[in-house]
Design a protein. Sequence first.
Length: 196
Amino acid sequence: MMRPVTIKGKRVALGLLIEEDLERLWKWVNDKEVTQFLAMFPRVISKEEEQKWLQRVLQGDSNIIFAILLLPNLEHIGNLGLHKIDLIDRNAELGIFIGEKKYWGQGLGEEAIILALDYAFNVLNLKKVYLKVYEFNKRAIRCYEKVGFKLVGRLRQHLFRGGRWWDVLIMDILDEEFRRKHRSIIAQMCKDVFKS
């Protein structure tokens, strides 16, 4: 099946999930090396449960879930979501993972986040995007800081993993902070709409 693409960067694009992604998604959500950084970590997820989740996404729920696609062949390497989208207070929570571990540490997640923020601020007209990250996820924290997220809070001893308690960090980025740091691909694509 042809996969629709929403926005393209230099090395990755964001597109829609498709039914053919089920096997890959099911493998990723049961890989503890991948999910150690996610809330689903302790669980084993059945194929039926993952299929129900995928069907909800395909039918459109209150979240926007993108497939992260490696260019030029559109290989599906992970997912990125804008969750809890609030169009009144104009904010959403970001979640991301790269499921294909051979692509970890190459800056692909960073580029995918920048594309998602471009979409959040220039299509959804959000004011702020926030996220939660476990304090032991040092690689993700560095990535978020490079993109422009700032530490705004800490849930102390909020998570029990590996026999000890960990803090959960809360980070966010405002639309004006994003615009100062990054060039909008959407504004370039839609020049007639985004006139200065």
